[in-house]
Design a protein around this ligand. Structure first.
Ligand code: CDP
Length: 211
């Protein structure tokens, strides 16, 4: 086992498989995991609901605000992507994310700017991506699986819009860190993506200390 704390930074577009991969890696290495998208979703959703300024909502965000299941839906996703373009929102969420990543145990964080802005010194950086069509197909199945009433062309159009907003914004746009390992999951299931990421991480000398 390597001595340096293992910080794993995972970035990529919507529905590329970051969240599942992050959870599996966190469990494998016994590390805490932060889904940073949830922070932006909560800010966007609460700002729309209460009419308060998004930056002010971000400054006062509490852990309890992240528990609402409504945050997992696409309405909160779109709201999150809009407030994520506001520099003050990003800077007000920075300290919490940096503190989370500095735990002595190490940590797994997934989002859009983890390897570039939040944890530029992370021991492991993964950029997880997949074609727009495969991502839209996955999101469609996920939404239907949760009982949502939606149609595939709409999911695809909304995902394309979110990709564009995330990549073109001036504040911390979605892009791979130059030292990130690129993982295209278009033709991979969750097991294959986990195996590929694990091989890369173990290749850097990190091993699970568990049984
Ligand atoms: O995985 P999915 O795209 O559905 O959503 P998410 O990761 O929960 O992120 C929701 C929105 O928050 C994204 O569209 C991004 O604009 C934004 N976000 C961000 O800007 N930076 C992060 N570190 C995480 C999310």
């Amino acid at each position: 086992m390597s001595k340096a704390p293992l910080v794993i930074a995972i970035d990529g577009p919507s529905a590329a498989g970051k969240g599942t991969l992050a959870e599996r890696l966190a469990s494998h290495f016994s590390l805490p995991h932060l889904d940073t998208g949830l922070l932006y979703r909560a800010v966007g959703y609460l700002a729309e609901k209460t009419g308060r300024e998004p930056a002010e909502v971000a400054a006062g965000l509490q852990a309890a605000d992240l528990a609402d299941p409504v945050l997992r839906g696409d309405v909160a996703g779109q709201a999150g992507s809009k407030v994520a373009a506001i520099p003050e929102v990003r800077s007000n969420l920075l300290k919490f994310q940096k503190q989370f990543s500095s735990q002595p145990s190490g940590a797994v964080l997934d989002g859009r700017d983890i390897g570039t802005v939040i944890c530029p010194d992370a021991a492991v950086k993964l950029f997880v991506t997949a074609s727009l069509e495969s991502r839209a197909e996955r999101r469609y199945r996920e939404l239907r699986g949760r009982g949502g009433d939606t149609i595939k062309p709409r999911v695809l159009a909304e995902m394309a819009e979110r990709d564009r907003r995330d990549s073109e914004r001036a504040a911390a746009p979605l892009k791979a860190a130059p030292d990130a390992y690129l993982l295209d999951t278009s033709d991979m299931d969750a097991d294959a993506a986990f195996a590929a990421a694990l091989a890369f991480i173990e290749g850097k000398g990190f091993r699970s200390s568990g049984p």
